[in-house]
Ligand binder design. Structure first.
Ligand SMILES: Cc1ncc(COP(=O)(O)O)c(C=O)c1O
Length: 420
């Protein structure tokens, strides 16, 4: 084989991907898919209607402004000004990208250099580590650790960062920390005090914060999503990432956005103008119109930012009851639409599975094949050293129709029945 066929060094060792592997397995129509974060509920009707309207307008089928379609950045600035309590310049402080993936890519390529260190909490959304490595930087990991919860429900809020351990990860090479709140896969919603610890360290060590807040609207009773960029001294060093896919349950639209000060956003714009250049115009226009509908009724229970978490909280509670009914102890999420549980208690016979994989990879493959139920192994959200700590956990997605959850319930309940 020609040496010229060899991969670029920057992608060495990054060829395996959990979504590619497990989405393929779950594609069998007989499988009930609680794997990838893919809503099978209908997106709001007005979101779909706006998209069907724009295709009829000739000019909206052509390229638009590269850094974000003007009506969309205007709608986003209007939406977020309420939360940042400051004006947000639609052209200089917002960048619209290809999903939150695109935002993460632009931020990491635009701001992180060879030799830099980037702090990542374990478990983490799986693309953080390869993106940091592709930029030539070194990821520095810190685990979320759980306190003991004997006898009581296990909550995502039991998982915390140790402030001293966190400080030990910062040094003069630290360029950024990647924060994810609400958290995927644990569902943790960082509190004001926890965010203050991170903000203080970012300021003390003159570090940037890349804040992935794609599940920002999806927080459950008793919790509040807070933006670290609004903490004193943090706006100037934070880029905050959002996603249309998560906001309106339209993951296939693949539109995301980054908000931050122009002195950071301009570097992300440089990456964008030399890579994807611009995002799909009809989707951006439809998203802008849909956002206006909800911006005008933010305090109304009908507003999707209020109604979706209410709808999901019922599904979350149903999943908790279901998993508990078969003897599992799920970690009850305070936000997001995933729930994780230690499945080793189900005592599945994995002896036929290939032995060179973490327990959760074998378990999910076995469950998909034998029980026709799919999920995602949590060790996919870990670096290689920390996989053993999480390999007994799998992640179930609950942004699903009741009929899908009924089917999952039937499978899980039948499984746990003693064989007659
Ligand atoms: C934490 C987190 N960040 C980023 C993304 C990517 O979002 P998008 O589909 O908008 O690219 C996801 C998708 O699941 C996610 O869970």
């Amino acid at each position: 084989m020609s040496l010229k066929f060899i991969n670029a060094k920057r992608i060495e060792g990054l060829d395996r991907n959990v979504w590619i592997e497990f989405t393929k397995l779950a594609a069998d129509p007989s499988v009930v898919n609680l794997g990838q974060g893919l809503p099978d509920i209908s997106p709001p009707s007005y979101v779909k209607e706006e998209l069907s309207k724009v295709a009829l307008i000739n000019s909206l089928n052509q390229y638009t402004r590269g850094f974000g379609h003007p009506p969309l950045v205007k709608a986003l600035s209007c939406l977020y000004e309420k939360f940042y309590q400051k004006e947000i310049n639609p052209n200089k402080e917002i960048l619209v990208t290809v999903g939150a993936y695109g935002s993460l890519f632009n931020a990491i390529q635009g701001l992180i250099d060879e030799g830099d260190e980037v702090i990542i909490t374990i478990p983490f959304y799986d693309c953080y580590e390869p993106m940091v490595r592709m930029a030539g930087a070194t990821p520095v990991f810190i685990p979320l650790r759980s306190k003991p919860v004997d006898g009581k429900k296990w909550s995502s809020s039991d998982w915390t960062l140790d402030p001293q351990e966190l400080e030990s990860k910062f040094n003069s090479k630290t360029k950024a920390i990647i924060l994810n709140t609400p958290h995927n896969p644990i569902g943790k919603v960082y509190t004001k005090e926890e965010l203050q610890v991170i903000a203080d360290l970012c300021i003390k060590y003159d570090t940037l914060c890349i804040s992935d807040e794609v599940y920002e609207w999806l927080v459950y009773t008793g919790n509040k999503h807070l933006k670290i960029a609004t903490f004193p001294g943090m706006w100037e060093r934070t880029v905050t990432i959002g996603s249309a896919g998560k906001t309106f349950s339209v993951t296939g639209w693949k539109l995301g956005w980054t908000i931050g000060p122009n002195h950071l956003i301009k570097h992300l714009q440089t990456v964008q103008q030399n890579t994807v250049y611009t995002c799909a115009t009809p989707l951006q226009e439809a998203l802008a119109q849909a956002l206006w509908i909800d911006i005008k009724r933010m305090d109304d229970p009908e507003c999707y930012f209020n109604s979706l978490p209410k709808e999901l909280e019922v599904k979350r509670d149903r999943m908790v009851r279901l998993l508990e009914s078969v003897g599992l102890k799920p970690i009850v999420p305070d936000g997001g639409y995933f729930i994780i549980a230690d499945v080793s208690l189900l005592d599945a016979d994995l002896s036929d599975m290939k032995n060179d994989e973490p327990y959760d990879y074998k378990f999910v493959k076995w469950m998909t094949k034998n029980k026709k139920l799919s999920a995602i192994p949590v060790s996919a959200f870990c670096n290689s050293e920390s996989k053993p700590q999480f390999e007994k956990f799998v992640r179930f997605c609950f942004i699903k129709k009741d009929s899908t959850l009924d089917a999952a319930e039937e499978i899980i309940k039948a499984w746990s029945k003693p064989k007659s």
